[in-house]
Design a protein around this ligand. Structure first.
Ligand SMILES: Cc1cc2nc3c(=O)[nH]c(=O)nc-3n(C[C@H](O)[C@H](O)[C@H](O)COP(=O)(O)O)c2cc1C
Length: 445
């Protein structure tokens, strides 16, 4: 019997009015949409019409990009707070998974446990937490610190943070609340677990003042690619969002993380790896290329060089454009993205100009430009080549790029037997094919 085709998981990842740095200048784009609920509601409803697994919001807690805030040429200076936005979207959708980014560096576990447990209750089991450690000094300056903590410390803190959060989510057994009006017993005290946590970074007595949520625990998503980041993902994450520029790199990452997870006693199938991809989909290949070139032509060079410097950590603006990529030293303690970008430039033999065009556009993520059939071919190659379980779609300009996914790509994937026609369940876990976790206490018993 033929092996069934592996289904593809898809997340819609809006960022302001589009991931492309020049999105706000595109004539189709409502430039103020990134601060308007109606704009996000329409996006979420489109994603749900396309039966996507989830909508995903990254986050930065500081105005981004301009080194010089007075430059005035970028839309990356405003961003709505993700959990508040997701709570509003919960009421505007019925099935779509709702994933938001919250940092482990500036909050307390009790705070985050409460937010996502609440979102899980409000949405009937559709919430997911993208755990980030925060590497940006501009954020530190907004939270009473002069700079970010070192890389290793941030991951130690993240590990304790997630562990405490998960235990808080398990404060009540699933059947703790009997609410028996006749006997007058509201909850069964034997099914309450008070945490009494005291660790290196946090102390939290517990219990969480929210019942165990529909998914048991919200889905843990993570994005971090260094050795510490991979170990963290392997132990904690259920979905991994990652930047992978080509299949070979993606396959290496996929195998590495899944084998680290196996070494920790987890099953490879407990983790979904979803690289970011920026899609430009057209009815013809030429139309897709035109869509891409249109946005590229709107990048203001002043903004372009700043974006490049932010991702690479090195200023290339004075370099000759058409010479081969220079030899560069890695900056200690800089996020893993720097190495990924330098490897990409060397591996693909790029000039400085080609590197600029690629990074400022897709920021080191996969770029898929073509017809729905061509993009579907590329997705299938990555899925069958064990480079991905799905993709987080970094929509370059909105709402058009999401409409193109839902109206062109999704039907193509459905025709190929790679994507659902209808949601099979109501929770994010069920869309992702992830089990509802037993509570720590049920497992211990
Ligand atoms: C694909 C990807 C997406 C990320 N998204 C965010 C984000 O939205 N907000 C944030 O503060 N950090 C984000 N990060 C940063 C990570 O949480 C982490 O701080 C950073 O990557 C450094 O860790 P690493 O060296 O293990 O990669 C992202 C990282 C990656 C690789």
């Amino acid at each position: 019997m033929a092996t069934p085709l592996k289904h593809i998981h898809l997340g819609a990842f809006p960022l302001d009015v589009g991931h492309h740095i020049a999105a706000w200048r595109h004539p189709d784009v409502p430039a103020s949409g990134g601060s308007e609920f109606g704009f996000y509601r329409a996006l979420a409803q489109t994603a749900e019409r396309g039966k996507l697994d989830m909508i995903f919001f990254g986050d930065q807690m500081a105005a981004q990009y301009p080194e010089d805030e007075t430059l005035g040429r970028t839309s990356r200076v405003t961003r709505l707070e993700p959990t508040t936005l997701l709570a509003a979207l919960a009421g505007a959708t019925t099935h779509l998974g709702l994933v938001g980014t919250v940092s482990t560096s500036y909050f307390e576990p009790f705070h985050v446990a409460r937010k996502f447990a609440t979102l899980d209750q409000l949405s009937g089991g559709r919430s997911g937490w993208n755990v980030v450690t925060s590497f940006n000094d501009k954020e530190a300056l907004n939270f009473n610190r002069g700079e970010v903590a070192g890389h290793a410390e941030r991951y130690r803190r993240a590990l304790e943070f997630v562990d405490v959060t998960k235990r808080l989510w398990d404060s009540w057994d699933d059947d703790a609340f009997v609410r028996d009006k006749d006997s007058g017993l509201y909850f069964d005290p034997e099914k309450l677990h008070v945490l009494h946590h005291r660790g290196e970074f946090f102390a939290s007595r517990g219990p969480l003042n929210i019942p165990r949520s529909p998914q048991g625990r919200p889905v843990i998503v993570q994005a971090g690619a260094s050795h510490e980041g991979r170990d963290f993902s392997a132990g904690q994450a259920e979905v991994i969002f990652t930047a992978q520029p080509n299949l070979q790199a993606a396959r290496g990452f996929y195998q590495d993380v899944k084998s680290r997870a196996a070494a920790l006693g987890r099953h490879a199938d407990e983790i979904r790896i979803m690289p970011g991809v920026m899609t430009f989909i057209g009815r013809t290949h030429e139309e897709a290329q035109e869509k891409y070139q249109r946005l590229q032509s709107l990048i203001h060079p002043q903004v372009g060089w700043i974006v490049l410097k932010r991702h690479l950590g090195i200023d290339l603006s004075g370099m000759p454009l058409d010479e081969p990529f220079p030899e560069l030293e890695l900056t200690p303690d800089f996020p893993s993205r720097q190495k990924l970008l330098i490897d990409m430039a060397r591996g693909d033999g790029l000039t400085v100009r080609q590197f600029y065009e690629r990074v400022v556009g897709a920021r080191g993520h996969l770029l898929a430009i073509g017809t729905a059939a061509q993009v579907a071919d590329q997705f299938e190659e990555w899925i069958d080549g064990q480079g991905a379980d799905g993709f987080n779609l970094m929509l370059p300009w909105l709402p058009t790029a999401l409409d193109d996914v839902v109206d062109l790509l999704v039907p193509e994937l459905q025709r190929r037997g790679r994507f659902r026609h209808e949601y099979q369940g109501k929770t994010l876990r069920s869309h992702l094919g992830l089990e509802r976790p037993a509570s720590h206490y049920a497992r211990a018993a």
